[in-house]
Design a protein around this ligand. Structure first.
Ligand SMILES: Cc1ncc(COP(=O)(O)O)c(C=O)c1O
Length: 392
């Protein structure tokens, strides 16, 4: 997808209309009469700002329709709710911690969930030897940056009769377009790169063309069912959040260029530092998924993870950072550092965390739009401080 599309896709300019869609901060719209309802009757069903963002996101991902939610997890939850009771889901054990919690603690009783480390495509293929309804993938994964062979796993899903869903939060359509790789739907936490300013919480599903959806129960297209669920459960994105996120989309390509260049420089600097045990960044040639990543994505992303070997070393490093802020979130203008074990992945079972490498020493770094040399200097100085306090 091009940067020009980030600015224009999906929305036509109209003579006499404001260039930026006006914020329609209104719960309800007036009916002209009992026989003529307005296009939007009540804000729980969406509204002009939500629809404008949906058109932009659908155009960027290359699908006919998007449905926007109040958070990324609300979007994933709605998709899971479209599955009939007893449906079989194959999900990545390496998925974002909140996605794992949603499946384990909210949907476990209703759905039959099988887990696979999706960075090993053979595990996914083995789980899909039995028929399934849905495969849920994320590449690169949060927070370990594991790469999944999307084409191969999506092919296996279709062979098992399952729909394939890809969480494209980390790379955005600018760098990876799962629908072109065969996925049936893409999910986003727009909270991250699409808003891009650490200002909102939001999510979306973008559907591929012409899906009846799981279960084929005659309840309409998959997207319509998802839209209905959003209205029925009250999980829609708010107008101002939609307005802000659409503004954010317009600079996605500019932010991405800067953030990605910084992430690559940070990965190289971290790898050269003696305090760092391991650097995970798909752009590094020795990342186990590097080749697969480069074959399915057009950029390496702005997130990396470093393992410092112990909680004490991670704490010393985090305390030494001046430009990076210790906080949950990623993908936005301000650089952030996150300790996944404490902050985002605390609910992932310990055994799974250990298998995936979510250790006491792991720190996830999200490069913001600050100058690259300032960020590198900040991280190297904090690594020096960590090495002085906690010798390897
Ligand atoms: C890859 C990924 N998917 C989904 C989510 C959940 O999105 P939200 O926080 O907007 O609910 C996150 C949040 O960190 C994420 O990183």
């Amino acid at each position: 997808v091009s940067g020009t599309a980030c600015v224009h896709a999906g929305l036509a300019r109209a003579g006499g209309r404001p260039l930026v869609p006006p914020l329609e901060q209104s719960t309800t719209h007036a009916w002209a009469s009992l026989d003529s309802p307005p296009p939007v009757t009540y804000a729980r069903g969406g509204g002009a700002n939500v629809e404008a963002l949906e058109r932009r996101l659908a155009a960027l991902e290359g699908g006919p329709e998007a449905v926007a939610f109040g958070s990324g997890l609300a979007a994933i939850d709605a998709l899971l709710r479209t599955l009939p009771a007893g449906a079989r889901v194959v999900a990545g054990s390496n998925a974002y911690g909140g996605t794992v919690r949603l499946l384990r603690q909210i949907h476990a009783g209703r759905l039959d969930v099988a887990w696979a480390d999706t960075s090993n495509a053979r595990q996914v293929e083995a789980a899909l030897e039995r028929p399934a309804d849905l495969l849920l993938l994320e590449s690169p994964s949060n927070p370990t940056l594991a790469v999944t062979d999307l084409r191969r796993c999506i092919r296996a899903a279709h062979g098992a009769g399952a729909l394939a869903v890809v969480d494209n939060t980390f790379l955005t359509p600018l760098r990876q377009r799962p629908l072109e790789l065969g996925a049936d739907a893409v999910v986003h936490s727009t909270t991250k790169f699409l808003d891009g300013h650490n200002a909102t919480l939001g999510g979306a599903v973008v559907f591929a063309a012409g899906h009846a959806g799981p279960g084929h129960d005659g309840s309409g297209a998959w997207s319509q069912r998802t839209r209905w669920l959003r209205r029925a459960t009250g999980t829609v994105l708010a107008p101002f959040e939609a307005w802000l996120t659409l503004q954010g989309c317009k600079t996605l390509h500019l932010r991405t260029r800067q953030q990605e260049a910084s992430a690559a420089a940070l990965a190289r600097a971290a790898r050269a530092h003696p305090a760092v045990r391991r650097v995970a960044y798909p752009g590094l040639p020795d990342h186990p998924g590097h080749g697969v990543h480069r074959a399915q994505a057009s950029g390496d992303g702005s997130i990396l993870a470093v393992d410092l070997g112990s909680r004490a070393a991670a704490a010393a490093f985090l305390a030494g950072l001046r430009l990076f802020t210790l906080a949950e979130n990623l993908g936005a203008t301000e650089s952030l550092a996150t300790h996944p074990l404490t902050m985002t992945h605390a609910d992932v079972p310990e055994g799974v965390r250990r298998e995936l490498g979510i250790t006491e020493g792991l720190v996830r770094l999200s490069a913001g739009v600050e100058e690259t040399h300032d960020l590198v200097q900040d991280v190297v100085a904090a690594l020096d401080a960590a090495a002085a306090q906690v010798p390897a």
